[in-house]
Design a binder for this molecule. Structure first.
Ligand code: NAI
Length: 334
């Protein structure tokens, strides 16, 4: 069982003599910076390229430098720019400005686990991976709650990597609820697998359920309402997470309880395991990372094509009718 670190395991005063550079002021960079400031950390510099995020940091009253200058000045460098741009930004801007004894913190294990960045041996390499979006990292901190975080050290060149990592994690609110110890491999593989297996199953099963009922001639509006619109299924997933997968079944009628468990076991026996295992293998042997890198290099044509293809499902007619507001690229036509 992995170790859990709490506030009392972390000494915030470790940060008193250290300069922290936050590289990137986006989803995670801004909330983590604001939490650090509210925790009393004073020596913070933002490293950002010249864009709207940089302007936001300036408006917030942060000291902002170019990425290389911030890296050079700092003792702890928290890298919070998208994983896709790590290879280029590390190669051209960060690595040339590193010096021995610095501690590099990553928000996700991807670049290190897949060997996408080449770092000198004399810097610490550590992980502070929030399990939630940046908005929650901030709002939960403001409410006095903790955010869920995974932490790990890949290389402790300075001998102080754990101390620094835990102090930083405490300052962003990560040890309030308990920060769990992990490795770069474990964090990356489990995170990607949850997205590509669990997330993918949710999407494909929703579309398949819709199609089976629509093909049988049932009313699309009612199907949509049953699967998503009413919010019942979302409540079920919430209950699964709060009280457990089988325990929540006893909150349903007996016919629902039996129908769900019997068909779940049948589907499982019909073979969900093997395709999921193949997905795990693709993550672990690096083929998914290579696929994603070539997607990026080509400007993401496969991703845009898949979005266009999947939106041909009748499901999206219902979604467009009932879902108001927009999130991300819904409706995007690239
Ligand atoms: P983001 O997409 O919000 O990053 C925006 C920032 O990156 C901006 O400051 C922008 O100036 C900078 N940036 C973008 N492209 C750049 C480039 N080519 N060169 C230099 N700077 C560039 O990133 P986000 O979502 O905050 O992710 C940061 C890290 O945190 C990633 O490693 C991610 O896996 C991890 N993470 C993110 C979570 C989230 O809530 N989005 C949750 C947990 C971990």
């Amino acid at each position: 069982m992995s170790r859990t670190f709490r506030d009392e395991d972390a000494d915030l005063s470790v940060l008193d003599d250290l300069e922290i550079a936050i590289i990137g002021y986006g989803n995670q960079g801004r909330p983590q910076t604001l939490n650090l400031v509210d925790s009393g950390v004073r020596r913070i510099v933002i490293g950002n390229r010249d864009d709207d995020y940089r302007a936001r940091a300036v408006t917030d009253g942060q000291e902002v430098l170019d990425i290389g200058d911030a890296v050079e000045r700092a003792d702890i460098v928290s890298v919070l720019i998208p994983d896709e741009v790590h290879p280029e930004v590390f190669r051209d801007t960060i690595v040339p400005r590193l010096r021995a004894g610095q501690t590099l913190l990553f928000g996700h294990g991807y670049s290190i686990y897949f060997g996408l960045v080449d770092l000198p041996d004399d810097v610490d390499v550590a992980l502070v991976a929030p399990r939630m979006v940046g908005d929650l990292v901030r709002s939960r901190f403001v409410e006095g709650l903790g955010c869920s975080v995974l932490v790990g050290v890949e290389r402790d060149a300075s001998g102080a990597a754990w101390q620094r990592l835990l102090a930083y994690t405490r300052a962003i609110g990560g040890t309030r609820g308990g920060a769990q110890q992990t490795t770069f491999e474990e964090e990356t593989v489990i995170d990607l697998f949850a997205e590509q297996a669990f997330g993918a199953l949710l999407i494909s099963s929703m579309l398949a359920c819709y199609q089976v009922l629509a093909d049988a001639g049932y009313d699309p509006d009612l199907i949509y309402s049953e699967l998503a619109g009413s919010g019942e299924m979302a409540q079920v997933v919430g209950l699964m997470s709060r009280i457990g997968v089988t325990r929540q079944l006893w909150h349903h009628s007996m016919v629902s309880n039996y129908g769900q468990i019997s068909r779940a076991v049948r589907l499982e026996r019909q073979g969900v395991y093997e395709p999921l295992k193949a997905t795990l293998d693709e993550i672990r042997d690096g083929s998914f990372a290579r696929e994603w890198a070539s997607e990026g290099a080509a400007g993401y044509p496969g991703m845009h094509r898949l979005h266009r293809e999947i939106r041909r499902s009748g499901w999206f007619e219902m979604e467009d009718r009932y879902v108001t507001g927009s999130g991300g690229d819904s409706g995007h036509e690239a």
